[in-house]
Design a protein. Structure first.
Length: 137
């Protein structure tokens, strides 16, 4: 945010327009209107999420209201718990996240490793795999 409300509003509108331009409409039974918009980053290189350390979880992608705002990718409670938490977060980012969320959270290496964990619906998976064939591992 800046001290200039007009500039902030203009940036918000630019971000919104870019976000919608990158959205893909998919038909999925069970969704209002028979489908939904899904966002997918344009380039594999845009994925800059951390491989190690901590990743910030945006509030709108939290599983529940009390979920921590950060996910420690190397938490010492055990690799299965960390992998499970990463898979759940990645699934939410792929299905509900914005382009910005995807770029900041998804790590290409972790995405490839966890891709076969049924992260999303078949239609969304097909869209991601058509854009990024390397994701299949």
């Amino acid at each position: 945010m800046t001290d200039n409300p007009s500039a902030d509003h203009a940036q918000f509108l630019a971000d919104l327009t870019a976000s919608m331009a990158s959205a893909v409409w998919i038909e999925e039974p069970g969704f209002p209107g028979g489908g939904r918009h899904v966002h997918i980053v344009e380039r594999w290189e845009d994925l800059r999420g951390p491989r190690h350390g901590t990743v910030a979880v945006p509030r709108d992608l939290a599983d529940y209201a009390g979920e921590t705002a950060n996910l420690d990718l190397e938490e010492t409670v055990g690799p299965a718990r960390v992998a499970s938490d990463v898979i759940r977060l990645y699934a939410r980012v792929i299905t509900r996240g914005s382009i910005g969320d995807q770029a900041q959270i998804l790590n290409p290496d972790l995405l490839i490793v966890n891709w076969t964990a049924h992260l999303t619906t078949p239609r969304v998976k097909e869209l991601w795999e058509s854009r990024f064939p390397q994701i299949r591992g």
